[in-house]
Design a protein around this ligand. Structure first.
Ligand code: PLP
Length: 383
């Protein structure tokens, strides 16, 4: 069958290949999974059931129920001092629907979008499918995998329209400091860039506080803040995300979203509003659990032969340096899976700058992490 040119060369990513390989492996210690290991809290599930029983079983407004958009505004104001109004919010089918809608709404073929490596791979696929050109900026571990302002500025051409940021970052677990954000903001202003700021891990900043990019002076009118329920409230399966941005752009994205999904599941919306108002204590509890696991795993990695691991400041990912093993990221990961039964994701799944690194997700219990680190230590010693 003939596949559309724009998808004809689509191949499973390196991450998908690892997921497929581990699917039927019973004994694997899987540190490749990018979602919290906690189930959704039962009172959130009860809120969804109650909404269904109260008649919320019909088509929702395509932008999302007003009270749910109000809950999003209230959450961001309460947690991050970001002011917004419900008409600046669109609810989406998962956070990942946000860059898709934004890219469709904003870019023509040939427009350039800056992506900072290592990056969450799906953005690239979405941008390429709409014909936008990707400018991939390499970053370095010694700079916290955050680009230098000078590198950003050098890459910008008259066709550059946007910049995608992700802090806390998947895959590095690094957080962009306020100072670095301010430097980026100056560049965004100077070159009139739109900033798509993926802040889906906003509830998991372990050191310091989360700074929404839109809260910097002059940035609100050019920033789309992407968030969602998946990571913060352990609701990956519910597929609920949202975007906060300029009202005019939200209107267009709502129209595109209506053609695509016709709104977000009604019961998911109502349960999300309940969760946004009632689960602050749980967010802190889980953030601390992830921080404790990450400290433990980073400590173990730093004692291993040929491996080093910088401290991460957020999310639940570590991005250890395995250059001392002289193996490529991909070889390291496949050999470790085969010989030690431990799964991780090659750094190159997130762009070229990921060569020499692997992504470890601390999304398993301490028991599993201890076993996995024991196995990985043996594996590295034997290399
Ligand atoms: N953005 C980043 C950086 C992610 O890591 C993920 C999921 O792994 C997503 C977006 C997707 O989130 P959602 O489940 O809300 O679509």
């Amino acid at each position: 069958m003939r596949i559309a040119d724009r998808y004809a060369r689509t191949q499973p990513s390196e991450m998908i290949k690892i997921f497929q390989a581990t699917e039927n492996m019973k004994e694997v210690l899987n540190l490749g999974i990018g979602e919290p290991d906690f189930d959704t809290e039962h009172d959130i599930i009860d809120a969804a059931a109650a909404a269904g029983k109260n008649g919320f079983t019909h088509y929702p407004p395509t932008q999302g129920y007003l009270d749910v958009r109000e809950a999003v505004c209230d959450y961001w104001k309460r947690h991050h001092s970001l002011e917004s109004a419900p008409d600046e919010v669109l609810l989406t089918a998962g956070g990942l629907n946000v860059p898709y809608l934004a890219i469709q709404a904003l870019f023509n073929p040939g427009d350039e979008i800056i992506l900072i490596e290592p990056y969450f791979t799906q953005y690239a696929a979405q941008a390429s499918a709409c014909g936008a050109t990707l400018l991939q900026i390499e970053t370095k571990e010694e700079n916290g995998f955050v680009p230098l302002a000078s590198d950003l500025e050098k890459a910008i051409t008259p066709r550059t329209r946007a910049l995608i940021l992700n802090s806390p970052c998947n895959p590095t677990g690094r957080v962009i400091s306020r100072e670095r954000m301010e430097e980026i903001a100056v560049i965004a202003q100077r070159h009139d860039l739109i900033v798509l700021s993926d802040e889906i891990y906003e509830s998991m900043v372990h050191k310091g506080v989360h700074v929404p990019f839109a809260s910097l002076p002059g940035m609100k009118e050019r920033t789309l803040t992407m968030g969602g329920m998946s990571k913060s409230h352990c609701m990956t399966g519910w597929r609920m995300g949202y975007v906060i941005g300029p009202k005019e752009l939200i209107k267009i994205m709502t129209v595109i979203s209506a053609c695509q999904t016709y709104g977000v599941n009604t019961m998911t919306q109502k349960a999300s509003a309940y969760a946004l108002y009632n689960h602050d204590a749980k967010l802190v509890e889980r953030k601390n659990i992830f921080a404790e696991r990450m400290d433990y795993v980073a400590g173990r990695l730093n004692k291993m032969k040929r491996v080093t691991c910088a401290n991460a400041e957020g999310a639940f990912y570590l991005f250890p340096n395995i250059k001392g093993t002289l193996l490529s990221s991909s070889d390291f990961v496949w050999k470790m899976l085969e010989n030690a039964g431990v799964a991780a994701i090659p750094g190159t799944a997130f762009g070229k700058s990921g060569e020499g690194y692997i992504r470890i997700a601390c999304t398993r219990s301490m028991d599993v992490l201890i076993k996995a680190m024991d196995k990985m230590e043996e594996f590295c010693s034997a290399l």
